[in-house]
Design a protein around this ligand. Structure first.
Ligand code: GTP
Ligand code: MG
Length: 136
């Protein structure tokens, strides 16, 4: 069984979409929440989390956006959750995301795309260590 790191970004919290998004994830058979917290992130954490994007033109605005309010930090556990949550989320650009996906239903702006989910087993392990260093 797998674990994945999910962030509900500041736009999701501001727009009161936390319940809606958590509900979609929680409703999937056999998946459970192994960690769940509303948290104001700091720059050092985001630098680690988004290290692959350092230097790209969207990096600084992305970090500023992620610092603009609290996020929901979530660990989802269950069968094939890494691929599964990515499917629920939809692609990065919300306009390209299918209706029925979280980004496709609620997003329009690439930066304000509501949710982050680990994109591979390696990313999940790396990101879980950053956000939940105590989780065994
Ligand atoms: P995450 O699940 O948040 O990691 O999104 P992703 O895996 O779909 O995208 P990626 O890891 O490539 O980029 C991380 C985040 O940076 C995205 O979710 C967007 O918020 C933002 N981002 C990525 N590419 C662009 C871009 O070309 N322009 C802008 N403005 N933001 C971008
Ligand atoms: Mg990513």
């Amino acid at each position: 069984t797998q674990r994945t790191l999910v962030l509900l970004k500041p736009d999701a919290v501001r727009r009161n979409l936390v319940g809606e998004i958590l509900g979609r994830i929680e409703a999937k058979a056999g998946w459970t929440f192994a960690g769940l917290e509303l948290r104001q992130l700091d720059r050092a954490t985001l630098e680690q989390h988004y290290e692959e994007h350092i230097g790209k033109p969207f990096y600084e605005p992305l970090v500023e956006f992620m610092l603009s309010g609290p996020v929901v930090v979530l660990v989802v556990e269950g069968e094939r959750v890494i691929e599964g949550v990515r499917r629920l989320t939809g692609p990065t650009d919300p306009i390209a995301a299918e209706p029925g996906s979280i980004r496709g239903d609620f997003g329009t702006i690439v930066r304000e795309n509501l949710i982050h989910a680990s994109d591979s087993e390696e990313s999940a392990i790396r990101e879980l260590k950053i956000f939940f260093p105590g989780l065994s």
